[in-house]
Write a protein that binds this ligand. Structure first.
Ligand code: COA
Length: 369
């Protein structure tokens, strides 16, 4: 069949991010520079407005994000009522969709209203995730603190204590690295949805549904599940050998676009190494390196963004099923940028399918089948 998975198909043009010769850029800035120097708020500004912010522009965006982080009362109540054993990604998908019901501007399609909604969605996703996490643990949710940065606020709302600067730096860098990634599956889902001129909440809800799958954002949770399943460095070699012999996919390896390595992985690896030292437990990092070396040498596949993020988040004390929601916390900024871009030059996205089914079938009445 032709076009399976739309591999290699250029489905739109975009000025937001590019992957050319294995180099990832946001608005023309190399991800390595942004990971080393920019804050997540700067990256949000860059993605939405196409340029790096001045001091005052950055301050204004930071203030606006902090101001919009509170959830509508009704959504907080809804979150309390959801089953405690729900998957946090399903909760997130439901809650983002629910927020639209309480946003008076949800049907306003002006650019200004869409930017305000993008700000609210980006600001409120971390509050949804941390509120659900605390509810299910029987703890009171923490109200966002408008004096904190985006990364600080998330860790504060999660744990209820002012976070350690090293954790904040690592988390902020992880957010920068996950913010956008050209026409990945969830971003494409968002663009397809809003290209019908549906609203931004529908676009982000579609994107969350797409991100949830283990072949996309769900892979980081699967990586940690694998590390936990292996248990110790001594068992790693056997486990991976067996998996490869049985053609089991090793989560966190391979990529549709990068065939020579994902440029984000090295930053996450360095972060994992550093956090392992600080936490004083290098087990997850050591096992990850062991797996990395084996999969590279035996399969020629390199780690992607999800592989080392698993140990990074674990060292930050984040529960495994929040890894994909964290991906969403960051990627919401990219989804919003793409949605705004789609609206600015819209055409319905409606491809064709090559029909390979039966033809000339004669209808048989039900009693004769
Ligand atoms: N472990 C083991 N083998 C893998 C693999 C992995 N993680 N990823 C790809 N392969 C193998 C496939 O089995 C296939 O082998 P074959 O030709 O012998 O059948 C070959 O490499 C090509 O893989 P394919 O699945 O066709 O590539 P794709 O472009 O469709 O898929 C991914 C890309 C990302 C979906 C795929 O690499 C994958 O499933 N990785 C694991 C999930 C993951 O980490 N996702 C996050 C992406 S950021």
């Amino acid at each position: 069949m032709s076009g399976q998975g739309l591999e290699g198909i250029v489905a739109t043009s975009s000025e937001i991010s590019s992957i050319i010769d294995g180099v990832l850029t946001y608005r023309g800035y190399n991800i390595d520079d942004l990971a080393n120097h920019a804050s997540f708020e700067e990256v949000i500004y860059l993605l939405w407005y196409g340029k790096l912010p001045t001091d005052s522009e950055l301050e204004e965006l930071g203030k606006e994000l902090a101001k919009q982080a509170d959830l509508p009362e009704e959504v907080s109540t809804l979150l309390k009522r959801l089953p405690k054993d729900s998957s946090p990604m399903e909760v997130l998908r439901t809650a983002v969709s629910a927020i639209a019901l309480y946003d008076k501007e949800s049907g306003d399609m002006s650019k200004e209203a869409n930017i305000r909604k993008a700000t609210r969605i980006t600001a409120q996703i971390p509050t949804i995730v941390t509120t659900f996490e605390r509810n299910r643990k029987g703890l009171e949710p923490i109200t966002p603190d408008s004096t904190l940065s985006f990364a600080e606020n998330f860790l504060y709302m999660l744990n209820g204590t002012k976070p350690d600067p090293v954790a904040v730096k690592a988390f902020d860098q992880a957010l920068v690295l996950h913010a956008d990634h050209e026409l990945n599956a969830s971003t494409f889902a968002a663009r397809v949805t809003v290209a019908t001129l549906s609203d931004i909440y529908s676009g982000v809800t579609s994107a969350i549904g797409a991100l949830k799958g283990p072949l996309h954002g769900g892979a980081n949770e699967q990586v940690m599940a694998m590390l936990e399943d292996i248990g110790t460095p001594e068992k790693t070699e056997n486990y991976i050998d067996n998996a490869l012999d049985n053609k089991v996919k090793i989560m966190g390896f391979g990529h549709r676009v990068y065939k020579d390595g994902d440029p984000r992985a090295k930053h996450l690896q360095a972060m994992s190494k550093n956090l392992a030292k600080i936490v004083g437990d290098s087990k997850w990092y050591d096992m990850s390196v062991q797996i990395d070396n084996m999969v590279v040498s035996k399969k020629g596949l390199k780690p992607n963004v999800d592989f080392y993020s698993a140990s990074v988040y674990t060292y930050l004390g984040i529960p495994r099923d929040l890894f994909t929601p964290i991906f969403a916390i960051s990627r919401a900024s990219g989804w919003a940028a793409h949605i705004l871009e789609q609206y600015s030059n819209n055409r319905l996205i409606r491809p064709r399918a090559e029909y390979i089914g039966n033809s000339h079938m004669k209808y048989v009445p039900i009693e004769e089948r």
